[in-house]
Write a protein that binds this ligand. Structure first.
Ligand code: GYE
Length: 337
């Protein structure tokens, strides 16, 4: 498997990208087109994963708000309902329609060679967003998204420090791992960090890995099943906010306390509004940020290509993480997602 970890070179690139993308987003260059002049619109076909989470909904909104006619675009949007076969069909359809750009947020990393080769043969640039594809690099023009492995590291380093502060370094720590969609970059990166940290910490023990599919409903079921056995984890590591909401639902139902003053430490990813609300209330301990606002970033890449420039191949978004004590309602309300 390819290693996506941010090297020194990538860190530099990400700074350069950030500058370039900010320029791209704020330059405000007025497109020649008017709303009536649809023939001059740049046609973008976007294959979205689905609508499984608040993160995903925010991501879709960001793309739709960016690729508008008044901005000079016609957006062909396809919701793949979490199925790769739907994405492949959508991309073939975009190729038939001779779109100017194909943007894909791939549900999983594997299995893209065939259809991306078809796009390349048709001379249509492909921009990959959010999750990665595991293919030859010349089958796509650029990728922009998060470093999911680094996100996981933020979580595990936080846990290590937190347990130290609590004087629990030598205590056995039982961890329940709620995975996201198997084979997706977000799952692969966040899982890898957790498993590595468990290897390193002799007292951390994985008591179960359950599949939450990044959704509240599925996670509620699988965590409820674990709790039914009578086992209570010390930590629940949820690979996104919606699965965290499902885990809290199952814990609350059993009257098992969680979060800052509770028995179970809860870690989550995304820092979406609902996630941050739970964090601010102290019902979870940490929310690692994953930024879904990719519309302007993808547009900046398209502008670079249009200007005859070569965009950076990989562009990582800078992110942080949040603990309850630092969150205010004002801050949560000020965020766009
Ligand atoms: O964390 C989750 C979503 O790929 C980063 O997918 C994305 C993940 C995100 O369903 O909420």
């Amino acid at each position: 498997m390819k290693e996506w970890r941010k090297s020194g070179k990538f860190a530099l690139i990400s700074l350069m990208c950030a500058a370039a993308l900010t320029g791209g987003c704020t330059s405000g260059s007025t497109p020649e087109e008017t709303e009536d002049d649809t023939t001059n619109l740049t046609v973008v076909g976007f294959s979205e994963v689905g609508a499984e989470s608040d993160w995903r909904v925010a991501n879709t909104e960001s793309m739709k708000a960016t690729f508008t006619e008044s901005n000079g675009y016609e957006l062909l949007f396809d919701d793949a309902k979490q199925k790769q076969e739907n994405q492949i069909a959508a991309i073939r359809n975009f190729i038939l329609q001779e779109v100017n750009y194909i943007v894909v947020d791939p549900v999983v990393e594997d299995g893209w060679e065939g259809v991306l080769q078809e796009a390349k043969d048709a001379d249509i640039p492909v921009i990959v967003v959010d999750r990665m594809v595991k293919t030859d690099e010349d089958l796509f023009t650029a990728w922009v998204g998060s470093d999911f492995y680094e996100e996981g590291q933020k979580a595990t380093v936080w846990l290590e420090n937190y347990l130290e502060e609590q004087g629990r370094v030598h205590e056995r720590i039982d961890i329940l791992h709620v995975q996201g969609t198997e084979g997706s970059s977000a799952q692969i990166g966040r899982t890898k960090s957790l498993l590595e940290a468990i290897e390193v910490h002799g007292s951390w023990r994985l008591i179960g890995s359950v599949q939450g599919e990044f959704t509240q409903a599925k996670t509620y079921e699988v965590v409820r099943d674990v709790l039914e056995t009578g086992s209570i984890p010390d930590v629940i590591y949820c690979e996104n906010d919606n699965s965290m909401l499902g885990a809290l639902q199952a814990l609350d139902e059993k009257n098992i306390s969680h979060g800052v003053d509770g028995r179970v430490i809860v870690i989550s990813f995304d820092a979406s509004k609902p996630g941050l609300e739970e964090c601010k209330a102290g019902r979870i301990n940490l929310d690692v940020e994953c930024n879904p606002d990719h519309g302007p970033r993808v547009e900046a890449i398209i502008r670079q290509i249009e200007a005859g420039e070569t965009p950076e191949k990989y562009c990582y978004v800078e992110e942080t993480c949040f603990e309850p004590q630092e969150l205010t309602q004002e801050f949560i309300d000020s965020r766009g997602y």
